[in-house]
Design a protein around this ligand. Sequence first.
Ligand SMILES: [Zn+2]
Length: 427
Amino acid sequence: MILHKLKRENMSNRLSSYQCTCNVGLKPFTLFLKFVLSNMRMFRIFIVISTLNLICATFVYSETQLLTYFKDTEYELNVYKIKGISPGPTLMIIGGIQGDEPGGYLSADLYADMALEKGSLIVVPRANLLSIIKHRRLINKDMNRQFSITAKQHSYEDKVVEILEELITESDYLLNLHEGSGFYSDHWENSMINPMRFGQSIIADTDQYKTKDGRTLRLGNIARTVAANVNNRIENSGHHFKFNNHRTFDNNTKHPEQRRSATYFALSYHDIPAFGIETSKEIHNIETKIKYQTMIINEFIKQLGLISPNPKITLERPALKYMIVSVNGADKIVRNSEILRVNIGDIISISKVEANYPRGLTVDILEKGNLSDLHKNFELTKPLKAIVRKDGVNCGQIKININDINGTGKKLPKEYKLKSIREDITI
Ligand SMILES: [Zn+2]
């Protein structure tokens, strides 16, 4: 207990930045309610009914928290905690614990933006960022062999593993995504298809596990069910997934090194059913590997009782980030609400709009063109305003002002300015 408390305190120290994204605007709602209560007491009944409606609406969306550890280091660790609308089990997904297995980290990455109706997810898309940057399995030591070690050293791998161990204790299930060599088979077929290969298998440390409080975890059954349901949809029988029991607890196990793995830590220390998901390194098409990984993850999500809305519902307030404005062919980045100064007669066009939504965006240069003015050239004769809309709702704007002749940006007397401009034009 004390050790855990200490670990938790350490963890909060290491948490260099914390960001919370909540799809529902609770704050504006509270402010609105305060305003109504203080100003319109006579409409209390109406308020109560509206409040009930709003509370119902409040719980329609899933929430995501992003936790960033070791920010701006080569081993920055981003953790996405996704909470569903209704409670349910928490599934943790780890990708990229070894940097030369892109099928794992690219698959995990797809779940960071997920929403849930029921249950929770803890997604660590890139557990070992430095090894991913270098496309290497390991940097100082194999990160997936550093679990269950009480006296940690001081390498970055140890620091990351400490965080992962803490997150595992918050989970009910763990999937560790990998790519393995060859194809696993329970009998010897050839050097690439045999019991010592890992590819296309769902690994667990044992078939059944007795927890400290007397429950039996049937890991083999879960893995076999998931594999059978996924294999039904994989035409190439050579790519079918198999349950791969590492028998890590046995004295004569062929995989004693797994006693330092994340999955063994989860199961043996915390009674958490944990699986290694291995696609084969012999499958060279990365899309195929990701497809297999996601088929397995989706089936686990289904079997474990998590429910995901499809498609994800996002109603974040639309917000313009920046526009790229081409001035006489030279691109300039102009952020929301900024003023771009150009010279009279310059040809401008807006070449790109970046907002928190990729689709549904239009840009309208007021008093020019029409409601959709992207990629249109306009000659500057007077100051302009460009408005960005997402599905017709204003989400930001920039102003394009005309420089005075000196280019100082200072406002000149009107007559002087006109005269100067005229002189400029004659030159
Ligand atoms: Zn691996």
